[in-house]
Design a protein around this ligand. Structure first.
Ligand SMILES: NC(=O)NCCC[C@H](N)C(=O)O
Length: 315
């Protein structure tokens, strides 16, 4: 039996696979991906243990459009809620589903447990530490806007959360990219992701650096931010806003980055991490970026189906 593919971390993808998914997402967004239905006859489970608008809809609509049937589970629906283990849950679901798209409350260990079988693909629809499908959609957005990922320079402003970790792992795999992480003190991207990215950056001639202030901003092509209340996490101190408020993306910050477009993984909180003038302004591509989650989700699902008899991808 062919083992099923899992996407739990960006690090699970080879360079070729990463590039294939990003480019394929761009083809879907251009409407040039063709009309094949590689998930025909498949059943996809969609398990969201945390709230979701974009990712859940992108994967649900994507799976349906690619020909699959869907089963959706809310946070209290499975026997997980009454104490059944994630290992037992994964073993049972894998006998019935082809793909499980799951957003978990905690770290990736839960997703790895679901993936500890050979019959069902598992897709990380966001964990507490990494949001790989967001990074794939973000790179597809960059390809659509700039025509390439290579050489694109990104200023990421805000908490070093799941979105930031995935973006760090993904961008560092493209030649000439620069990722300037400017995160509040104490809220940076975890060192293990920076270490992984540093290895990729050396190999691919990319650059990743993290600082905790907004001085000496380099020339960039993209300014990216994220909300201040990351799903499932609570801040260790009650005065965290004083650390975050200098990191609001406002018109002054955008003026310091001439020519840059604005990206946001959403949901947005106008007046917190970004002003309305920036999010709703002419330089914002945040809502195109949100739509690209749907296009990218189809690319991810198609990649999972590659080895199925109905699949056509060879990577
Ligand atoms: N685009 C998304 O998936 N948005 C959902 C929340 C993202 C944010 N990084 C969070 O963890 O709250």
């Amino acid at each position: 039996m062919v083992e099923r593919r899992h996407l739990i971390s960006i690090d699970d993808l080879s360079d070729d696979q990463l590039r294939w998914i990003v480019q394929r997402g761009a083809e879907y967004s251009r409407g040039s991906a063709g009309a094949s239905r590689p998930l025909s006859g498949a059943v996809v489970g969609v398990l969201f243990r945390k709230t979701s608008t974009r990712t859940r809809t992108a994967f649900s609509a994507g799976a349906l459009r690619l020909g699959a049937e869907l089963i959706t589970y809310g946070p209290g629906d499975l026997q997980l809620a009454t104490g059944e283990s994630v290992e037992d849950t994964g073993a049972v679901l894998s006998g019935m589903l082809d793909v499980l798209v799951a957003r978990t409350a905690g770290p990736e260990v839960e997703l790895r447990a679901y993936a500890d079988q050979k019959r069902m693909s598992v897709i990380n629809a966001m964990s507490a530490v990494e949001h790989p499908t967001q990074a794939l959609a973000d790179l597809t957005t960059i390809v659509r806007h700039f025509g390439r990922v290579e050489g694109v320079r990104v200023l990421y402003v805000g908490e070093g959360n799941n979105t930031a970790s995935a973006l760090t792992l993904a961008l560092s795999r493209y030649a000439g990219t620069e990722l300037h992480l400017r995160t509040p003190p104490g809220y940076g991207v975890e060192q293990r992701y920076l270490d992984q990215a540093a290895t990729s950056a050396r190999r691919c001639d990319a650059r990743v650096e993290q600082r905790h202030d907004l001085s000496d901003l380099p020339p960039v092509d993209v300014v990216y931010t994220t909300r201040w209340q990351t799903t499932g996490s609570t801040k260790p101190t009650s005065d965290w806003r004083s650390a975050f408020s200098p990191f609001q993306v406002d018109e002054a910050l955008m003026a310091a980055c001439p020519g840059a477009v604005f990206m946001h993984d959403l949901p947005a909180h106008r007046g917190e991490e970004v002003t309305g003038a920036v999010l709703d302004g002419p330089g914002s591509i945040a809502f195109t970026q949100a739509e690209n989650k749907y296009h990218s989700a189809r690319a991810v699902l198609e990649w999972c189906a590659a080895d199925w008899p109905s699949g056509g991808v060879t990577l």
